[in-house]
Design a protein around this ligand. Structure first.
Ligand code: PLP
Length: 355
């Protein structure tokens, strides 16, 4: 058995893989594969309707918001958000907390004036800036709720009198969020929702259609909303596997139950990092992510040896991103406590063997 600590595409529950593979052979007794059915068939219409209702239920999405299943990943949203929400000659505010925020604001600069209200680039994005002013005339404030690469997470909502837009790619469905506090939430599926290929967008309808610019249909949220995410062929299989995963999440008790498990998993790992003299966390303690745990060794020369031992025990995906170094343990919803135990056991054994 492998312990998959990969940052994305990442682990999904084993039962989801089993059901998905069955559907590739015969989808719901139709005698057809999920890969070949028409997206206009009543079978798939039921799938996409269930996807929407599961998202609505699990995230407690209030009325007045559209739920969209798009393609192009979170990276496409970096452009679609300002395309649809930033008026011509308008301005938008961005909080820069890492690589993904920087990429998002770089794209937004193609559409209007961008205020970077704060940045933690001065200390390699190891913390979340807490005090900053947001211009009152900004169309929105964009923030990245979890910084997948740098291992920080925003637990207290940014304070602003303008609509909040959040890239929640790597912590969506991992903790309770108040959708009503947001104008738009987006997430590439491949971290906590499903396989790569589908991107979730939850958008407040009243914010749309106000930019004064012509938006090509394929990039226009209103077109996708009007067509119930069937403006063109949707990523049928990715949506189906997401449904399987969201059913699993619902059966577990939903997001608040998942959040409690995630708190316990993250705490156990951080406690070992803090206790064990061979390891050191890289993110500011109060801003530590519950999804992506970044840490290094106090003696970097030992890192290769530790990685090799982890690999022997079936732990994969632990190598840190090059911009942080060391290790990154991505501990998404589907990663069980037994995988955390395997990692913390190895850290203790490593300490004993080297003392
Ligand atoms: C992975 C990731 C992205 C990029 O997602 P793509 O779907 O590959 O475009 C963007 N933002 C965050 C927070 C991520 O973790």
């Amino acid at each position: 058995m492998k312990h998959n600590f990969g940052a994305g595409p990442c682990i999904l529950p084993k039962d989801v893989f089993a059901e998905a593979s069955q559907a590739v052979l015969d989808f719901n007794g139709t005698g057809l594969s999920i890969l070949e059915i028409s997206h206009r068939s009543k079978e798939f219409e039921a799938v996409i309707a269930e996807a929407e209702s599961l998202v609505r239920e699990l995230l407690e999405v209030p009325a007045g918001y559209s739920i969209l299943f798009l393609q192009g990943g979170a990276s496409q949203q970096f452009a679609m958000v300002p395309f649809n929400l930033l008026p011509t000659y308008g301005r938008a505010a961005y909080l820069d907390t890492g690589t993904w925020s920087s990429k998002a604001l770089k794209e937004a600069k193609n559409f209007g004036a961008i205020d970077v209200v704060a940045s933690s680039s001065d200390r390699n994005y190891s913390y979340i800036p807490k005090s900053y002013a947001v211009p009152a005339d900004a169309a929105y404030l964009h923030y990245t709720s979890n910084n997948t690469i740098f291992g920080t997470e925003i637990f207290d909502l940014p304070q602003a009198d303008v609509p909040l837009v959040s890239d929640m790619s790597s912590d969506i469905f991992s903790r309770v969020v108040n959708v009503a506090d947001h104008g738009l939430i987006y997430a590439g599926a491949q971290k906590n929702m499903g396989p790569a290929g589908v991107t979730l967008v939850v958008v407040k309808d009243e914010l749309l259609g106000k930019t004064g610019r012509t938006i090509p249909s394929i990039f226009d949220y209103q077109q996708h909303a009007k067509a119930d995410s069937m403006y063109n062929t949707p990523p049928v299989f990715s949506i189906y596997v997401s449904v399987l995963n969201l059913r699993w999440l619902k059966a577990k008790g939903g997001v608040s139950v998942m959040e409690q498990e995630n708190i316990i998993k993250a705490r156990q790992l951080y406690e070992e990092i803090d206790r064990n003299p061979f390891f050191r966390g890289t993110a500011e303690v109060e801003d530590r992510s519950r999804m992506n745990v970044t840490f290094v060794m106090t003696n970097p020369a030992l890192e290769e040896e530790f990685l090799a031992l982890a690999k022997e025990r079936g732990m994969v995906g632990l190598k840190g991103h090059r911009s942080v170094g060391g290790f990154r343990a991505s501990i998404y919803n589907a990663l069980g406590i037994s995988s955390i135990n395997a990692l913390t056991d190895l850290m203790r054994e490593f300490e004993e063997a080297h003392n």
